[in-house]
Design a protein around this ligand. Structure first.
Ligand code: HEM
Length: 398
């Protein structure tokens, strides 16, 4: 037995900030359990890791996210997230059209009308679980439109996302659910295969089409890569945006002074979203593996060291964000790292920001107030993501 802190310990899992504040001060690059991963906690070191993919690889992690009990290949393994240049550069270029500012702007009317119908429905019911009714519903609609998945499949999205997020590095509990997780992964792949077959027959003008064309023109993308691409788009597009929207709802309900300022001046909404991203880090970490012996933050790391790159910690680094544990709408200065940095910088950031901005704007337009039922919030946490499991709210109409 060693004395390393375990990141699944309930006190860290439920509120990681005191733990990471201590690490930033005393041991900014240090080993934690499970697996003796090296937690990287300071802003500066996190940035250094993300900007040096030749030293800190994503591709080398494939074995680490393929648990022995999982009989099928973890679809995340062949995705952009688990690639280094030059393969990463080639694949990322394929989806740049869809996720460019222009590509995302095309989705704006659809996202606005979806947000409006979701808020109208919530107002009609008045008391809702905001997480299910808005935070999950809006990104699900956006992703089903983006990937051409039938709307009737939307109720399965969360199960699929949970399965993909759970098969990587997980608490022991996940292995007990393995039959269920494998069945969910099979179901996901089955439906994405159908999307690909449909698009082969009836080409559209979307991201699936771009990928299929690249495959047809000389096998630029393998079948595994193609499937992984769709899986990672769906899951990355869903899970983190879902967390962001739920956390926006929490801040709006719990801070009437914020609500009042935003209502009076809607141009502050993008700043609000950035501060929620910094304050809560819905994607709380990512991972890398060292390609050679190297030094980071004064610590000598061996080749093959698995790093837990903690956005949740970097975004509260007091040396970069004055009064870091305070939610501050007027904050200026360094950008938060919620979407990462460097070559893997989140390709969906413009879409996530659009969804969050639209949801908040429609809530401000249609509601007088959001009232939270008293009591502690229930967190839904995985190694890489952090958000709310439920958020019971009452919506008061204007
Ligand atoms: C990558 C966060 C929404 C698709 C990333 C990374 C982060 C992140 C931190 C970098 C991971 C790394 O460096 O290893 C978030 C957050 C979101 C969000 C906080 C919402 C609030 C989305 C959406 C999509 C998306 C809406 C797509 C529809 C991706 C993809 C990558 C990625 C494909 C891999 C990029 C690459 O490896 O080059 N995301 N994301 N994300 N994200 Fe997002």
């Amino acid at each position: 037995m060693n004395n390393r802190p375990h990141i699944y310990a309930p006190e860290i899992w439920n509120n990681p900030h005191p733990f990471y504040s201590t690490l930033r001060r005393d041991a900014p690059v240090s080993q934690v359990e499970p697996g003796g991963m090296w937690a990287v906690t300071r802003y500066e070191d996190v940035l250094y890791v993300l900007k040096h993919p030749q030293l800190f690889s994503s591709e080398g992690l494939r074995a680490a996210v393929q648990p022995a009990w999982l009989e099928q290949r973890n679809p995340v393994c062949d995705s952009l997230l688990m690639m280094d240049p030059p393969a990463h550069t080639r694949l990322r270029a394929l989806i740049s059209r869809t996720f460019s500012a222009q590509g995302v702007a095309r989705l704006e009317p659809f996202i606005r009308s979806s947000a409006e119908s979701i808020v109208a429905d919530m107002l009609a019911r008045r008391r809702v679980d905001f997480v299910e009714s808005m935070a999950l519903a809006l990104p699900s609609r956006a992703m089903s439109a983006l990937l051409g998945l039938d709307a009737s499949l939307v109720p399965r999205f969360k199960r699929w996302a949970d399965a993909v997020v759970s098969v990587g590095i997980t608490p022991a509990e996940a292995t007990q659910r393995r039959a269920e997780l494998c069945a969910d992964l099979d179901d996901l792949k089955h439906h994405l295969t159908q999307v690909l077959e449909l698009r082969r027959r009836e080409p559209g003008n979307d991201v699936v089409n771009d990928l299929l064309q690249a495959r047809a023109q000389g096998g630029v993308v393998s079948d595994d890569e193609l499937m992984s691409f769709l899986v990672i788009l769906l899951i990355a597009g869903l899970e983190t945006t879902y967390n962001l929207l739920g956390l926006c709802g929490l801040m709006l309900a719990d801070h009437p002074e914020l609500w009042a300022r935003l209502k009076a001046d809607r141009t502050l909404v993008p700043r609000f979203i950035e501060e929620v991203l910094r304050f809560h880090s819905p994607s709380q970490s990512t991972m890398r593996i060292t390609t050679q012996e190297t030094e980071l933050g004064g610590v000598r790391l061996p080749k093959g060291a698995v790093l837990l790159v903690q956005f949740v910690s970097a975004n509260r680094d007091e040396s970069v964000f004055p009064n870091a544990h305070h939610f501050d709408l007027d904050r200026t200065g360094a950008p938060n790292l919620a979407f990462g940095q460097g070559i893997h910088f989140c390709v969906g950031a413009p879409l996530a920001r659009l969804e969050a901005r639209t949801a908040v704007e429609v809530l401000l337009e249609r509601c007088d107030r959001l009232v939270r039922e008293p009591g502690p919030v229930t967190w839904n946490v995985a190694v890489t993501t952090r958000g709310l499991a439920v958020l019971p709210l009452e919506l008061l109409p204007v």
